[in-house]
Write a protein of this length. Structure first.
Length: 261
C-alpha cells in the first residue's frame, strides 16, 4: 500500500532529496506518485482513438514523473503534484507526437476547421456559432459535429502546447504556468502574465456550454461523465463540446499570438 505523507514530512524529504539525490528517496517518490501518472493518463485517454492503449499512455507518463522528480525544486513554492501533472501530461503528448499516431486526413481536417473559424470570426468580429461554422464549411451541423468527434484526440494534443514562453522552453497550457512567479525573472513574469490574460480572454469568449466544459474539465478536474451529469447531457456530447471548445481556443490563440509576438 502507498504510504501517504503529510505536507511537512514530504517537504522535508524533498529538500533532503535535492541535496542527496538518494536512490531510495527517488524510489519512494515514484511509488507515492505512480497513481498520479495513471490518473493523468486516464484523462488524456478520453477522446483518443482505440489504437492508443491506456498502458502505453501510462508508460509515456512515467518518463514525465521521473523528469519531474529529477527537476523539482521545493524552494519554488509549488506543490510537487502541480508540477508533476504538467510534466507527466507533456511527456505523454511528446511521445504521441513522436509516434505521429494522428492520421494525415484527420490532421488536415482539424487544420481546415481551425482556419475556417479564424477567417469567419475575423469577418464577423465576434465568436461564430456552430451553425455558422458548419455553413461556412458547406456541411450540415450534424456533419460538423461528427467531424468534431473524429478530431477530438488531435485537438487536445494541439492545445497542450498552446504557447511557449522564454523560460527554458516551458510550455503554458490553458490558463496555468508550471512555476511560481517568484522563481522567474521579471521579463518572464511579464510575458507569462500577458499570455495568461490572452488565454483567459479566449476562454471567456467561448459559447457558454463550451466555456463551462473547459472550466470543469481543466480547472475542477471533472470527468466527461461527471460534467455530463451537471449539464444533463450524454458523455459523448460533452466530448463533442470539449473538442469544439479546444478547436475554437486553438484558432483564437493562434490569431492572438500573431498580434502579440
Amino acid at each position: 500500500m502507498t504510504e501517504v505523507m503529510d505536507e511537512e514530512t514530504e517537504l522535508k524529504l524533498w529538500k533532503e532529496y535535492k541535496k542527496s539525490k538518494s536512490p531510495e528517496l527517488r524510489d519512494k517518490f515514484i511509488r507515492q506518485y505512480m497513481p498520479l501518472v495513471k490518473y493523468v493518463a486516464g484523462k488524456v485517454s478520453v477522446g483518443m482513438p482505440e489504437s492508443v492503449e491506456f498502458d502505453d499512455l501510462v508508460s509515456f507518463g512515467q518518463f514525465g514523473l521521473l523528469d519531474a522528480i529529477k527537476k523539482y525544486d521545493p524552494d519554488k513554492n509549488v506543490k510537487f503534484k502541480t508540477y508533476a501533472v504538467t510534466r507527466i501530461r507533456g511527456s505523454i503528448f511528446d511521445e504521441l507526437r513522436t509516434l505521429d499516431w494522428v492520421p494525415r486526413s484527420v490532421r488536415q481536417k482539424s487544420k481546415e476547421m481551425e482556419d475556417t473559424i479564424v477567417e469567419l470570426e475575423s469577418k464577423l468580429g465576434r465568436t461564430a456559432t456552430t451553425a455558422e461554422i458548419a455553413q461556412e464549411m458547406g456541411v450540415s451541423v450534424a456533419e460538423y459535429q461528427n467531424m468534431l468527434m473524429k478530431i477530438s484526440g488531435t485537438s487536445v494534443l494541439s492545445l497542450n502546447d498552446v504557447w511557449y514562453s522564454g523560460d527554458d522552453s516551458e510550455h503554458m497550457s490553458i490558463g496555468d504556468s508550471i512555476e511560481s512567479p517568484k522563481s522567474l525573472n521579471p521579463d518572464i513574469i511579464v510575458e507569462r502574465e500577458d499570455i495568461r490574460r490572452v488565454i483567459i480572454q479566449a476562454i471567456n469568449d467561448l459559447p457558454k456550454n463550451e466555456k463551462l466544459v473547459i472550466v470543469l474539465y481543466h480547472y475542477e478536474d471533472m470527468t466527461f461523465k461527471e460534467i455530463g451529469k451537471v449539464l444533463n447531457v450524454s458523455e459523448s456530447r460533452i466530448s463533442q463540446l470539449h473538442s469544439d471548445a479546444n478547436l475554437r481556443l486553438r484558432a483564437k490563440l493562434t490569431s492572438m499570438k500573431k498580434g502579440i509576438f
